[in-house]
Ligand binder design. Structure first.
Ligand code: WTA
Length: 662
């Protein structure tokens, strides 16, 4: 049984004194413990240290354990900083490991996905590995008939329905590269990504459900592809039946594309380093970065971490509540669980439809045993109170997880008590789109502290450095870095090698070349526990979604009445942060309440609901450096009533006084 060793007097992170041991039976029977025993490791610490010191050997073993290879690799790692090649010379295909080998083996009748539609009058759908294989193959043959070949980019813009993983796996099977755009982005966000990727085909749906109401999605694609010559076809999956215009010769219904297609399709034999997908994510500038991941290494990381951290076993029902449009969904709804041959829940809708009991009900009805969600959702449910949870039986759960932003100790405790009957461990996993998989995280054997992602995982060499590249002493903070490469790391930015080098590798290059700068701050407490503190750059985390300040600003400036804009994140009890925009209007424009609403709506139209500014404020000026860079940090400090620090570098210090409190 779980043990609480000490009671917290305070929730101030570094003074956190509560330590929660894992339930003994869980720890003893865990996948990681089994491996430790086989290898003769006595303690968790000893095991973590050995795996990290011998990371090349470790990952070589993991790559053989978790994936089948058409041809073995000749060298486990070639590392020419900042470029890593893993499993060099190996031939594989991630779809073989996700689908074919299960469908053709003992797991053929095992359920891969339990799909729960948002409308409550539509039945839950179970898809076995054998069925998944057929659907993937038919769609892969459909794509081939459109002329999609190895290396082509295919854009996906879809809600959470089974056709999304089916399409991803089909694209991977034929060696093409998928790029998913979260369906909470609008046509503007989709357009810029299609342009950058020069996608040949876009796959979408007629419409999707939002709180039980069918809404059209296809028109966004029509707008987004009006000026994209690379796009030859748009494949439309019918989800809601809402009427949408179809362009003769370009648009094709999914059902028509797969009609009469064979349900057999050979995997393209991919080189380990061949690209699997591009996922656009936000950085410091307004231009999204196309993060590239590869077949070989990426098929190892998510599966291995899901097996070790979340202890997923053959009889588990795994539920990761993320959207597949983000990395969490890529790695832990699609690739990780499928490589393991696990059963996953895929839920189409929002946590509060038709009411706040929906998630508990899904857990109860499907006997979910391992559950992974984001702090923002935990806080939303916490705010709604325990009464919803009490209506349902969630005792099938045995392990919990959190991702996307720091989880505050209060939410951590509530999550543990409500979902976890006061005893289940919470795996607080720290990672990024770039990393492909967890880097800092507990294992189910790790003594936990609320709000801490605990320690670097086995096989990683993660540290916290000061500005001079010295590891910080225990009890203080700095930049999180990785000192060594790992298999599921990003390989590059799509067609932008310079930015790749600059963003992650330049900071410590002169002192310690090959040090990966993650872009987050962290503190290590006296026991070496990591407490993640958020981004060092101008990247927002709105309800766990990664959005760049600059992207929202450029959406605002694209409005004809706006001259300039500065966007900051304001702390929010539920969403972590919300967007506040300070807008300078063009000369002669009137500052009205109407216009504030119009501008917020404009951002929704250009970028999507995911980037909706909660507050728009008009100002005459914003503080800038002499080189013209907007000082968001100063604006934020002033707006939140905090000390603004040294203002001597500003070109216009007076602008600070005019920033209102928010
Ligand atoms: C933040 C999401 C604290 C962090 C997987 C990181 C976290 C960014 C955690 C990446 C966590 C993610 N605790 N912060 N457990 N997990 N983050 O690319 O700031 O959407 O850099 O990947 O989310 O966001 P991304």
């Amino acid at each position: 049984m779980a043990e609480e060793k000490a009671t917290a007097k305070t929730s101030v992170l570094l003074e956190e004194t509560r330590i929660f041991e894992a339930p003994k039976d869980l720890a003893e029977n865990s996948n990681v413990m089994k491996w430790m025993k086989e290898k003769g490791f006595k303690t968790e610490r000893e095991m973590r240290l050995w795996c990290s010191a011998n990371y090349i050997q470790f990952w070589g073993e993991m790559a053989k354990t978790y994936a089948d290879w058409f041809e073995p690799w000749s060298s486990t790692l070639e590392w020419k900083p900042p470029y890593a090649k893993w499993f060099v010379g190996g031939k594989c295909n991630v779809t073989h490991n996700c689908v074919d080998r299960h469908a053709q083996g003992a797991k053929k009748d095992k359920v891969a996905y339990i799909f729960v539609p948002e409308p409550t009058d539509q039945p839950t759908q179970k898809i076995t590995y054998a069925q998944l294989e057929k659907e993937v193959n038919k769609f892969a043959n459909g794509l081939k008939s459109l002329g999609v070949v190895k290396g082509d980019r295919v854009m996906l813009y879809m809600p959470m329905i089974p056709q999304l993983p089916i399409a991803m796996l089909a694209i991977a099977k034929i060696g093409a590269i998928h790029c998913i755009v979260f369906s909470g982005f609008s046509s503007g966000g989709l357009n810029s990504r299609i342009m950058d990727a020069e996608a040949k085909v876009v796959i979408t749906v007629d419409g999707f459900y939002r709180r039980g109401k069918p809404l059209p999605l296809k028109p966004n694609v029509d707008e987004a592809t009006a000026n994209t010559p690379s796009v030859k076809n748009v494949v439309v999956c019918k989800r809601t039946g809402v009427a949408v215009p179809m362009k003769e010769g370009k648009d094709i219904w999914w059902d028509d594309l797969v009609a009469g297609k064979s349900d057999a399709c050979e995997c393209e034999k991919m080189d380990s380093e061949d690209r699997l997908f591009i996922l656009y994510t936000s950085g410091t500038t307004g231009k999204p970065k196309g993060i590239e991941h590869v077949h070989g290494g990426y098929q190892v990381g998510p599966a291995q971490t899901l097996h070790w951290v979340f202890d997923v076993k053959d009889n588990d029902v795994w539920w990761c509540t993320a959207d597949i449009g983000w990395i969490t969904g890529h790695s832990y709804i699609v690739y990780g669980p499928l490589v393991l041959g696990a059963t996953s829940i895929m839920y189409e809708g929002s946590p509060d439809f038709p009411d706040l009991g929906r998630w508990y009900k899904i857990i109860q009805d499907n006997k979910v045993s391992v559950f992974y969600t984001a702090p923002t959702a935990v806080r939303m449910l916490m705010k709604a109170g325990d009464s919803w949870a009490k209506k349902y039986d969630v005792s099938s759960l045995r392990l919990l997880g959190s991702v996307g932003e720091p989880i505050n100790p209060e939410a951590w405790m509530w999550y543990r008590n409500t979902f976890g009957a006061g005893k289940l461990p919470i795996m607080d996993t720290w990672w990024q789109t770039e990393t492909g998989t967890f880097l800092v995280s507990p294992l189910p054997i790790t003594p936990l502290k609320p709000g801490s992602a605990t320690f670097p995982l086995p096989g990683f060499n993660i540290d916290v450095l000061d500005e001079e590249a010295n590891p910080v002493p225990l009890g203080s903070g700095g930049n999180i870095v990785s000192n060594t490469p790992w298999p599921s790391m990003l390989r590059a930015f799509y067609r932008d090698p310079e930015r790749y080098q600059k963003e992650y590798w330049s900071t410590y290059w002169d002192i310690r070349p090959g040090t990966y700068l993650a872009g987050d701050k962290a503190m290590k407490d006296k026991d070496g526990y990591f407490f993640i503190q958020g981004r060092i750059d101008d990247v927002l985390k709105i309800a766990g979604h990664r959005i760049s300040n600059a992207e929202v600003e450029s959406a605002l400036v694209s409005h004809p009445k706006v001259a300039e804009a500065a966007v900051i994140g304001k702390p929010d009890e539920v969403k972590g942060e919300v967007i506040v925009a300070f807008v300078i209007l063009r000369t002669g424009q009137e500052e009205t309440e109407e216009l504030k609403k119009e501008l917020a709506k404009h951002v929704r139209t250009v970028l999507g609901p995911v980037a909706y500014p909660e507050t728009v404020l008009f100002v005459k000026d914003v503080p800038k450096t002499r080189s013209g860079k907007i000082m968001r940090r100063v604006i934020k400090a002033k707006a939140l009533g905090k000390p603004t620090g040294d203002l001597s570098a500003l070109a216009n210090p007076d602008a600070v006084d005019a920033i209102p409190l928010i």
